[in-house]
Design a binder for this molecule. Structure first.
Ligand code: PMP
Length: 382
C-alpha cells in the first residue's frame, strides 16, 4: 500500500489506491485462475468478460444510446488523430462517392497537433476557428456563431473538449445539421455528464481521468461504420486506414481484432466500477466543480500575485493553469509545495508556469491542501 498521494500531474495521473490494490491482485491471480489477467488469452472468456463489463459500465455512466458503439484501441489518443480522419473520410466517400474535407477548431496544443497530423496525410482540411490567430493566445474560444461554416463537402468537425496544456475547456458542444462532430475528451472524459447523441465520435486516452496509458476509449455513431472499401478509396486517392485502426473491423471483432492489453482494460473496468458505486457522474461532476471553483476562487482572490491566462468562461475544471510573478517564484512554489507533499504542479514545458490537474481521482482533501498552500504562498511572497 502507500500513503495517499496529493499528486496533481497532468497525465499519467493518480488513480484510486483501492483500484490499484485490486489491479495488483488481478495481475498476479485473476479470479482464482492461478494466472494473471495479463497472461491469459485475450480470447479467453475471462478476458472477453472484462471487455464486456467495461463497455457496459461506460454505457451506463455516459448513458450511451443504442445509436452508438463503444470500442477500445491501443496507440493512445495521438494515433486517433489520423485514424479518425481516415475512417470518417471513408464513410463520407461511401455516402457521397467523393473525397471529403476535414474541418478543425483550434483552441490549444492538442487540437493543433491533431490538425498537423492529418495534414501529414495529405487530407484536405480547413480551419473553422483558431483562437491563437484571433486573440493572440490560447485563452479563449471564439463564439460559435462567429466560426467559419464548414464547407459543403466537410466530413466532420473536430475539436478538443479540454485542452490539457492550455487549460481551456468547452462550455458548449458545437452542432451542425449535416456534419458529424468529433471530440477529443482525453483529459475530461467521465468528469461530467455529456449528451453522447450530439457526437459522431468521442475518443479519449485513458491515462488521465480513468486509467492507465495503453488503451483509448472510442464511442462512435454506428452509421459511421459504413465505409468505402480499399479499392474505392484508392480510386479517390484517399488514405487507407491500417487494419488495426479500421473501426468497422475492430467493432465487428468486439475490440479483439488484435491483442488488446486486457490488464489495462481491467483497470478501466475497476475505475468505472468505483465511479458507479460512488454515485456516478452527477456525484463526480459536483465534486469536480467544487474542487476547481474553490481553487480558481483563491487564485482570483490573489490576482495581484497569480495570473491566469484563460478567460473565466473557458477555464478547465480539470487543468488549472496559473503563473506567479517570476520564474524564480515558480521554482520556489514548486519547492515549497513539495515540502508539504503536493506534487506534479509544474506547467507543460511548452507554456511554463504552473498547472494543477484535478482529475477524478484527486480528492477534495488534496485540493484543499493545495488551496491552503496557494494562499499561504501568495501571502508570504507578495
Ligand atoms: N489529446 C489530449 C487532450 C491530451 O491531453 C493528450 C495527452 N496528453 C493527447 C491527446 C495525446 O495522448 P497520447 O499521449 O495518449 O497519445
Amino acid at each position: 500500500t502507500r500513503e495517499e498521494p496529493h499528486y496533481f500531474g497532468a497525465g499519467p495521473a493518480a488513480l484510486p489506491t483501492s483500484v490499484l490494490q485490486q489491479a495488483a491482485q488481478d495481475l498476479i491471480n485473476f479470479k482464482g485462475l492461478g494466472l494473471g489477467i495479463g497472461e491469459i488469452s485475450h480470447r479467453d472468456k475471462n478476458a472477453i468478460n472484462v471487455i464486456d463489463e467495461t463497455k457496459s459500465k461506460l454505457i451506463e455512466l455516459l448513458e450511451i444510446p443504442d445509436t452508438h458503439e463503444v470500442f477500445f484501441l491501443q496507440g493512445g489518443a495521438t494515433s486517433g488523430f489520423s485514424a479518425i480522419a481516415t475512417n470518417l473520410l471513408a464513410h463520407h466517400a461511401k455516402k457521397t462517392g467523393k473525397r471529403g474535407k476535414a474541418s478543425y477548431v483550434i483552441t490549444g496544443g492538442w487540437s493543433s497537433k491533431a490538425y498537423e497530423e492529418i495534414n501529414r496525410f495529405g487530407i484536405e482540411s480547413e480551419i473553422l476557428s483558431n483562437s491563437k490567430e484571433i486573440y493572440g493566445s490560447f485563452g479563449k474560444i471564439q463564439p460559435f456563431e462567429e466560426w467559419n461554416k464548414p464547407s459543403e463537402d466537410s466530413a466532420f468537425v473536430y475539436y478538443c473538449d479540454n485542452e490539457t496544456v492550455h487549460g481551456v475547456e468547452f462550455p458548449f458542444v458545437p452542432q451542425y445539421e449535416n456534419v458529424e462532430i468529433v471530440a477529443d475528451l482525453s483529459s475530461n472524459i467521465l468528469s461530467k455528464k455529456i449528451d453522447v447523441s450530439k457526437f459522431g465520435v468521442i475518443y479519449a486516452g485513458a491515462q488521465k481521468n480513468v486509467g492507465l496509458a495503453g488503451i483509448t476509449i472510442y464511442i462512435i455513431k454506428k452509421s459511421l461504420l459504413d465505409q468505402a472499401n480499399d479499392q474505392e478509396l484508392r480510386d479517390l486517392s484517399l488514405p487507407i486506414t491500417p487494419i488495426s485502426f479500421h473501426f468497422p473491423t475492430v467493432v465487428k471483432q468486439n475490440s479483439l481484432y488484435n491483442t488488446i492489453p486486457v490488464f489495462t482494460v481491467q483497470i478501466l473496468n475497476l475505475v468505472l466500477g468505483k465511479l458507479i458505486k460512488d454515485g456516478g457522474l452527477n456525484h463526480q461532476e459536483a465534486l469536480n466543480l467544487q474542487k476547481s471553483s474553490n481553487l480558481y476562487d483563491i487564485l482570483d482572490k490573489y490576482s495581484d500575485f497569480y495570473s491566469l491566462p484563460v478567460d473565466k468562461e473557458f477555464r478547465s475544471k480539470m487543468n488549472v493553469i496559473f503563473k506567479t510573478p517570476s520564474v524564480e517564484l515558480e521554482d520556489k512554489f514548486l519547492e515549497g509545495a513539495k515540502e508539504v507533499k503536493l506534487t506534479g504542479l509544474k506547467g507543460h514545458r511548452s507554456v511554463g508556469g504552473l498547472r494543477a490537474s484535478l482529475y477524478n481521482a484527486v480528492t477534495v482533501e488534496s485540493t484543499e491542501l493545495l488551496i491552503n498552500f496557494v494562499e499561504r504562498f501568495a501571502q508570504e511572497n507578495k
